[in-house]
Design a protein around this ligand. Structure first.
Ligand code: NAP
Length: 207
């Protein structure tokens, strides 16, 4: 059956969203010939108990502000609105239901996150539902290593690595800069920087 929609799903906490994320999404759109990229801010991250995470609504709004000018980008509230801890497999099942079997799903995220997918909830089911695009920083070529060991076992995710130089920018560095009153201009869209300032985000040093 011919697939009719090639849908990129950009998964992340986006606390805050920055130019590295936007360049990653644009690069994936072009390299993988996607029809659009849907940014999917994580609702309640399961593995972020070690640090304070900004509210889902703040992270959602910053993502909307950052992507508003690009007609190929959308932002979804699916994970923000779903109660309970956020598991990506549930999101993929929901998207499969919405778009039907003719949509081809590509889950885009940082290589550090993608490398752990074998340990995520329902990994085998998840691996069947989409292709993974792992965005790496330059010189970081080990994104696929854990999957080579899996070989053709039952859980054998399809993973593509994509080098993104702009990923030298990181959310944790931006949070630390705000807390230390250091500049964040040119690391993220100006309107997102204004939102951070206006709402007093990241003023306390919280890692
Ligand atoms: P993370 O562990 O905080 O991030 C790992 C690395 O990847 C960081 O360097 C991060 O940089 C980068 N990164 C994160 N999202 C990115 C993106 N979309 N594009 C490029 N780089 C990205 O990752 P996370 O944000 O918590 O989670 C990433 C995705 O995996 C989310 O969709 C999350 O829901 C999902 N996840 C699912 C499960 C599960 O279902 N069990 C478990 C863990 C994660 P920045 O900090 O600069 O973003």
């Amino acid at each position: 059956m011919r697939k009719t929609l090639r849908l990129g799903i950009m998964g992340g906490t986006f606390d805050p969203i920055h130019f590295g994320h936007l360049v990653t999404a644009e690069e994936a759109l072009v390299q993988f010939n996607l029809d659009k990229v849907v940014f999917m801010p994580t609702g309640r991250p399961v593995r972020k108990t070690h640090r304070y995470v900004s509210s889902p609504e703040d992270r959602y709004l910053m993502t909307v502000i950052a992507t508003a000018a690009n007609p190929d980008f959308e932002v979804s509230r699916i994970e923000i609105d779903r109660p309970g801890a956020t598991y990506t497999v549930d999101t993929m099942l929901q998207l499969r239901e919405i778009h039907g079997p003719r949509a081809e799903l590509f889950f885009i995220s940082g290589a550090d996150a993608v490398r752990e997918i074998l340990t995520w909830k329902d990994a085998a089911r998840f691996a069947e539902l989409c292709t993974f695009i792992a965005a790496t920083r330059p010189g970081f070529d080990s994104a696929l290593e854990p999957f080579e060991a899996v070989g053709d076992a039952a859980v054998a995710p399809r993973v593509e690595a994509m080098e993104v130089p702009a990923l030298a920018i990181s959310s944790s560095d931006i949070r630390a800069r705000v807390a230390a009153r250091r500049p964040i201009r040119y690391l993220l869209p100006e309107a997102v920087a204004a939102y951070i300032e206006k709402n007093g985000l990241y003023r306390e040093p919280v890692a």
